[in-house]
Design a protein around this ligand. Sequence first.
Ligand code: UDP
Ligand code: MG
Length: 312
Amino acid sequence: MESSPLISIIIPAYNEASGIERTVNAVISVISACQINWEILVVDDGSQDDTNQTMMRLNSLDQRIKSLRLSRNFGKENALLAGLEYASGAAMITIDADLQHPPELIPAMIAEWQAGAQIVHAVKRTRQQETRLKKTATHLINQLISSLGGIDTTNSSDFKLLDREIAAIIVNQLPEKQRFFRGLTSWIGFTEAYLYFDVEQRSDGVSKWSFGSLFELSVTALTSFTSLPLRIVSLLGIVTLILGFLIASDAIWSLIQGRAVSGFATIIISILMIGSFIMISLGIIGEYIAKIYEEVKARPHYLISNTIGIKK
Ligand code: UDP
Ligand code: MG
């Protein structure tokens, strides 16, 4: 065991006091059967419940169970990043705190890594217990990202194994504030492997994603991987220009023929249509400007209020 590599299991947790202990134990029962050294790093994403106290207790039982506490809720993407930065394993596995990602897959992931894969993606075979709205939204976003951004994130999850080298690249060389972990890990390339799993029901509590945060993530996913929406804006402009020319020539032709150009309705409709095109376009441009603003402010991704069992 002495010479076996250290594997870090990173678990982002936001108000998961009710289930975190069960998850940690489930992970331990799987990895202690593997011939590896391990550490579990729970990133407490500013939970307002007893997650932090639970982690202190778990750490006092087993020093290999560690925790980072972020100063407030920074969101899962940032929690994952904090985990990657503070974990010290030769490979790192990111897994949800609600047992929706089966820990039983971990040995297979480690095997893929030992066989040479630098990134192991766990891909959802099925999606259970998600609302129709969420399923449709996720499908739409994945479809958009893969067709516009050229990166296939269909059914991908945040359940992944990353080699230490890959984690370092994500932490140090991808400094963007607006992050989409799933997209970034496919974007960087290297040797990848894929494993499939069935999504379980959430073990405890409720999903921590609100419609708003999901929408936010979708916009981030889209804007950080493609600027095509901006080109669509120009396209809209060209379409209305052509339309304008056609209508203008029709009007002139009618004038030559001596017919009066009627068209109160036409005017109202075209004003409304062009007006909405302009506003949608401004909205799209605004999204990108907002992202640029976030980037130039260059605030840290997260702040740590305390650590449990971590020397750094
Ligand atoms: N999570 C987090 N910060 C947040 C929201 C979620 O760290 O702001 C964690 C959460 O504790 C869980 C994982 O991210 O471990 C996935 O969240 P959840 O199960 O609520 O999402 P879903 O499975 O519904 O996509
Ligand atoms: Mg979940």
